[in-house]
Design a protein around this ligand. Structure first.
Ligand code: BYC
Length: 349
């Protein structure tokens, strides 16, 4: 492990910190020249912690992201779909391994990261706190969530931290396969029976809003985008990537015969029902191509819902974190046997 921060107290961004101005200026000049920064280089404290939090959040998202789809392995509709889904879920867990490795080199132990995830101290992507009640949800996750991830990660692959950039390149190749598999599943459903088309539309209504939120809060509310872009930890803003997503997926969804709705969600993450039992949603009247802007218009998602979900109060937060905690505790004897120490079960402070 490279020299770096080691205690939880030190793992905080501190904007008031003053570091050697010559070293900071040299570091920034390297970034501005497009050089890649490596794990054993000198890093400003906030760059190290910011990059660590990004990579750790990403690693957490990969292993928690494997859970909603993993639930469907035993229920996949054919052997071919089952094999593809097993491979996909395995890929996602592998991405998590790569990214925990990258994070470890930035100064936080893997055990601490797994404990922080299992005790709800750290986060993972909003989308994985929603349920996947039908096979069509698996299709939408692979098509739209993996599609959103590719758009985001392509921009992250142009970043400044070498180990993360190299992981992104490898991960993006695998995500392209996931996206193709998802596209094939959505095409099959939309080319199928009336029931299959309805299933696809219902799943699309569940995932459109969370996917718009995938890229993070609006730029005006994103505190880290400014400094992260200066250091090229991020190379595009949240709103820019969200717009790219809409430009790519709104016309594709319409061409497939899907309707884009603005939907109200209930506490279970499903589209809420009105008193008469019909879904509480309306067609998004904003959806159209704006010739002048050169982009598709859309209605912003419910940002209160986003902050609730990432704050721990989403439909599946308890279930997902509970399962991670269960796995951590179940794996304790393996860690003990391999590493020769008694890991304690995570406790919530
Ligand atoms: N969900 O200032 P901002 C996959 C938080 S997995 C939850 O814009 P930043 C897949 C954010 O952390 C791929 N939290 O932050 C796997 C921050 O919190 P703090 C996942 C979110 O860091 C399995 C606060 O909101 N990809 O594809 O500049 C199956 C303010 O936000 C979210 C990655 O992880 C969110 N969506 O940007 C299928 C990519 N958005 O720090 C598929 C790497 C924001 O103030 N990560 N927050 O407590 C990123 O690109 C960036 O970290 C984010 C946020 C865009 C997520």
């Amino acid at each position: 492990m490279s020299a770096g921060v080691t205690s939880s107290e030190e793992l905080k961004i501190d904007w008031s910190l003053k570091e050697d101005p010559c070293r900071v200026a040299d570091f920034q000049a390297r970034i501005d020249r497009g050089e890649l920064i490596e794990a054993d280089d000198w890093l400003p404290h906030n760059y190290r912690v910011g990059m660590l939090r990004m990579a750790e959040h990403h690693a957490n998202s990969e292993i928690v992201g494997a859970l909603p789809e993993g639930e469907w392995i035993t229920r996949a509709p054919s052997l071919l779909r089952k094999m593809a889904l097993i491979a996909k879920v395995q890929d996602e867990v592998g991405h998590g391994q790569m990214l925990y490795r990258t994070s470890q080199d930035l100064g936080k132990s893997r055990d601490q990261m797994l404990r922080d995830l299992a005790t709800g101290k750290t986060r993972y992507h909003n989308v994985f706190n929603y349920p996947a009640p039908t096979w069509a949800d698996v299709a939408m996750i692979q098509w739209m969530v993996d599609g959103a991830a590719i758009l985001n990660q392509k921009s992250l692959a142009e970043g400044s931290y070498g180990p993360y950039v190299r992981s992104m390149k490898r991960i993006n190749m695998e995500e392209a396969f996931h996206f193709k598999s998802g596209e094939d599943m959505v095409l099959t459903l939309m080319g199928g029976t009336k029931r299959q088309k309805t299933m696809a539309q219902e799943a699309f209504d569940r995932w459109w809003g969370p996917c718009l939120m995938f890229f993070g809060p609006p730029d005006r509310e994103s505190t880290k985008t400014g400094p992260f872009m200066t250091w090229r930890i991020k190379t595009a803003t949240n709103d820019t990537l969200r717009q790219k997503f809409v430009d790519r997926f709104a016309p594709a969804a319409l061409a497939l015969g899907l309707k884009i709705h603005v939907a109200k969600k209930n506490a279970d993450g499903l589209v809420a029902c009105k008193a008469d039992g019909t879904p509480d949603m309306i067609e998004d009247s904003e959806i159209r191509f704006d010739e002048k802007a050169g982009h598709w218009r859309f209605t912003q998602p419910d940002w209160d819902e986003f902050f609730r979900v990432i704050g721990g109060d989403g439909p599946c937060n308890k279930k997902r974190v509970g399962l991670r905690r269960f796995s951590y505790e179940q794996g304790q004897w393996v860690r003990k046997a391999v590493l020769g120490y008694a890991g304690l079960p995570p406790t919530r402070n």
